[in-house]
Ligand binder design. Structure first.
Ligand code: SF4
Length: 141
């Protein structure tokens, strides 16, 4: 069984820094430009050179709660496109977030099948993000 987004708004609501999107230099700059344009305050915390946490406390400023859509959907960061897969830069892992309603309701499926079968599109994006992360890590060495 394949992951299906339930359009629940949990994925754009953050209560811990750990779950906040990991973004790369180009994405950070884009979010800063979009923030200025759309009058959204954006804040970042450096994880390592070229890798940042997009710090969100509560609902993301780019999320339109009335119509339940991301106002920057087409250009949102890889971390948002790969959710409910999340990058844990400290431990260099891709994890599955339990903040996602579908994941919680289908935890048996998630834990008994290969991640690339349950989340095929998200996995593809997660691989891209992981390579970007490795590239940034190599620059730091
Ligand atoms: S950028 Fe868009 S998808 Fe990402 S957390 Fe904000 S509203 Fe949600």
């Amino acid at each position: 069984m394949k992951f299906k987004c339930l359009r629940h708004d949990n994925c754009c609501y953050f209560s811990s820094l750990f779950e906040c999107p990991v973004v790369f230099e180009d994405e950070k700059e884009r979010l800063e430009r979009l923030g200025e344009k759309l009058n959204v305050k954006v804040r970042f915390e450096e994880v390592q050179d070229g890798v940042w946490k997009f710090v969100i406390d509560g609902f993301c400023g780019f999320y339109d709660r009335e119509v339940r859509i991301c106002r920057i959907h087409k250009v949102k960061p890889l971390a948002c496109k790969m959710f409910p897969l999340i990058l844990d830069p400290k431990n260099r892992l891709i994890l599955v977030s339990r903040a996602c309603k579908w994941v919680n309701e289908n935890w048996n499926i998630v834990t008994s099948n290969p991640v690339q079968l349950v989340f095929p599109e998200e996995y593809e994006i997660a691989v891209k993000a992981y390579f970007k992360f490795l590239q940034a890590s190599r620059k730091e060495l």
